[in-house]
Design a protein around this ligand. Structure first.
Ligand code: AMP
Length: 353
């Protein structure tokens, strides 16, 4: 297992803020990055090379692969055909199977259940009749979600009454869907775990998340968890990455219930709820991911501070001067020129203890 030498190039699929922060972490470790992104790329500002091309452009994908030593990604919705082509040329870390598991909520929940981990009760919903049956079985409220491509609460409809089934089904616009029973949770936490090329894992302290309108608002560490819950969170995250023979950082979103931890979803990448590690750990999630995919030993991810991470979404940018003036506060901006409602423009990490 040889580590990438300094000066090697890491390919990153996706040029958003996660790709940008991965690129900065890679350059701190002496690597170059090449970003592949069909659209505008905040990551391009801090990368050595950029390919702006669609994921269907085979010639562009081949040229990209030829110029990098290893390929990673900042988002999970990369088309399978592109991954197959790239994977034939270069190692993809985390591996394609791990990505496939988390791309589809049905596959993901089936996989998690197979590991003995608790998830929301769920049913496959191929048609309206299946939705009506599932609602009768799981009860309301329930949440109908597209199986693929959902993020930040998009592609989801809450059903409070079985009479809303037809409208909810229509809102899926023909996409495959699952129905999830409603989980009565006390709080939402997430745990970010890293697994290295030789199978060692490092788990960050769980963070407590607050969402608004389906979008992450704040993450706070330490999370208000019992010692037993904290241990369970780390153990289940370790089981997930071992089962996937995973290399890199993975985010596990959890519901904390009176009956224990319930897995909401897994994200095979660095995660917004792990941004606090930039201010709370010697080695943050971005460096940990780059270390893993480059074959370096994982770093020290122990938490040395209490941190509140707050996303700067849309008009939150108006408060930037106050954040810049605040003590013990890191400001991270993503270089997006246009402010739009619901758009993540940056985040701040406030050290609170
Ligand atoms: P997701 O996109 O699946 O992460 O869902 C976004 C947010 O919706 C979650 O962070 C929860 O706050 C809420 N949510 C999703 N699924 C459920 C569920 N089965 N029960 C209760 N709340 C949920």
């Amino acid at each position: 297992m040889t580590a990438l030498p300094p000066g090697a190039t890491i390919g990153i699929l996706g040029g958003g803020q996660l790709g940008r922060m991965l690129s900065v972490a890679a350059s701190r470790l002496g690597y170059l990055t090449h970003i592949y992104e069909p659209g505008a790329a905040p990551a391009a500002h801090v990368a050595h090379a950029v390919t702006q091309a669609p994921y269907e452009d085979e010639a562009a994908l081949r040229a990209f692969a030829a110029g990098v030593s290893v390929i990673t990604y900042e988002f999970e919705n990369v088309a399978a055909t592109a991954l197959d082509l790239l994977g034939a040329a270069r190692p993809i870390r985390p591996n394609i199977d791990a990505l496939a598991v988390s791309q589809d909520r049905l596959t993901e929940k089936t996989f998690l259940g197979g590991l003995g981990l608790a998830t929301a009760p769920f049913r496959d919903i191929p048609d309206l009749a299946a939705l009506q049956t599932a609602l009768a079985e799981l009860g309301a409220p329930a949440i109908l979600k597209t199986r693929r491509m959902g993020y930040d609460g998009k592609g989801q409809v809450r059903i409070d009454d079985p009479g809303q089934a037809a409208d909810a089904f229509a809102a899926m616009a023909g996409q495959d869907a699952i129905l999830e029973g409603f989980v009565d949770f006390r709080r939402e936490v997430s745990v970010i775990v890293a697994r290295g090329l030789s199978g060692e894992t490092v788990c960050f302290d769980p963070g407590e998340n607050v969402h608004e309108g389906g979008i992450l608002r704040t993450t706070r560490v330490p999370a208000a968890l019992s010692g037993a819950e904290r241990t369970d969170a780390a153990l289940l995250a370790g089981r997930v990455v071992n089962a996937l023979d995973y290399v890199g950082v993975l985010g596990v979103e959890l519901f904390v219930t009176n009956a224990g931890l319930v897995v909401n979803e897994i994200a095979p990448r660095v995660h917004n709820s792990g941004h606090w590690t930039q201010a709370g750990c010697a080695v943050d999630q971005f460096e940990q991911h780059i270390r893993a995919v480059a074959g370096l030993p994982l770093g020290d991810g122990r938490r040395h501070a209490d941190v509140v991470m707050e996303n700067l979404i849309g008009d939150d940018m108006d408060r930037l001067p106050a954040h810049l003036a605040a003590p013990a506060t890191q400001v991270h901006l993503y270089g997006k020129s246009e402010v739009r409602p619901g758009r993540k423009m940056g985040h701040v990490n406030r050290i609170t203890g």
